[in-house]
Design a protein around this ligand. Sequence first.
Ligand SMILES: [Zn+2]
Length: 149
Amino acid sequence: MVVSASGASVETRCPVCDKKNRVPAAASGIPRCGHCHAALAWIVEADDANFDLVAVKSSIPVLVDLWAPWCGPCRMVSPTVEQMATQFAGRLKVVKVNVDEAPATARRYEAMSIPTLLVLKGGKTVERIVGALPAVQLRTKVSAALEGL
Ligand SMILES: [Zn+2]
């Protein structure tokens, strides 16, 4: 799964029909396949300039991945994070934030160590996961946060 630079849209493949689609970094609804209308995985990058627009004001819950390219544990969790965008397509938006390029956002969410994962609902932090948990535990925590457990 390729994440664009903090541009306006990202290319992704439909999990149902495999057609290529472009999804916007921010939108009022959820991205759907232009061919079969299935909900698409929504993974975008954000930085200090657009974090509020892309994550805080998101129409659906957001999984924020605060990471950095030099962080080994971050690379361990990122495949699971990206899979969850497909698993929870239409219910969860994944926003990747490179803390080196978004120092104000890292400070705002007190990301003292990375990876730090946040689940935001309506802009409020409802779950906070610090460190590289095993995939099963990550999925369980994110799923529980989505269900409001
Ligand atoms: Zn499709």
